[in-house]
Design a protein around this ligand. Sequence first.
Ligand SMILES: [Zn+2]
Length: 274
Amino acid sequence: MPELPEVETVVRTLEYLIGGLRITKIDILYPPIVTGDNEAFSSVLINKRFTGFSRRGKYALYTIEDVVLMVHLRMEGRFYLVDAGTPIDKHTHAVFHLDNGKQLHYNDVRKFGRLEIVKPNEINVRLKLLGLEPFDPRLTGHYLKKMAGSRDIGLKTFLLDQRFVAGIGNIYADEICFCAKLHPESVVRKISLKRFNEIADCIKMIMSQAIADGGTTIRSYTSSLGVSGRFQLNLSVHMRKGESCRVCGQEIVKMRVSGRGTYVCQRCQKRIED
Ligand SMILES: [Zn+2]
């Protein structure tokens, strides 16, 4: 599932590819992919230009003049920019015709993604349950310690909860735990402020590195791959079961934490519990 860095990469790639272009026609091939009335969706967007590109948590926000197209890619959503007349893939659910002769295809094998029109002044209300962005200066050890409070949950579960920090998913939660040298099942109410300061630094560092890695994707975009935000990941633990830890050489193990595949170096990552 795309996490913050991947969504950021998708947004920046589309800004580069379609910024300023006007929508001339929209075909919605799988109606449930659009939240709300399909005809209203099309009529509010036609003849308008893509004027702004931003992101909040895992949501991409495309400003189209006076409205915002909010996109959540969920599991497999991706965009393709193709020439008009290109055959439509069976997993393409919406086609945006653009005034330069290109088409933006929204493709989603699992059909979990959603496209929705929101008024600019409603965005904050719609996304009010999201916690701070990783790069928000208010995201500090103090903030995390306060959010953790007396909660009896593990650190990974805490990091995945979008109400505390927005945009972290399964991959980067593992990487942040490794960076902070803490076991993903460490109980958050037992974690010290000093440790939370380190966790805050790790969140910012891991996310900015991942976004920087994504920058290369923007330059290497090819329409055959689509804009999915996926890129060559430079990971320390995630998906490295059986390989050696880059710090201590111990074998990385895979376990389940809150039902999610989780990768840990049991020597480097200290478990803080009761
Ligand atoms: Zn290690």
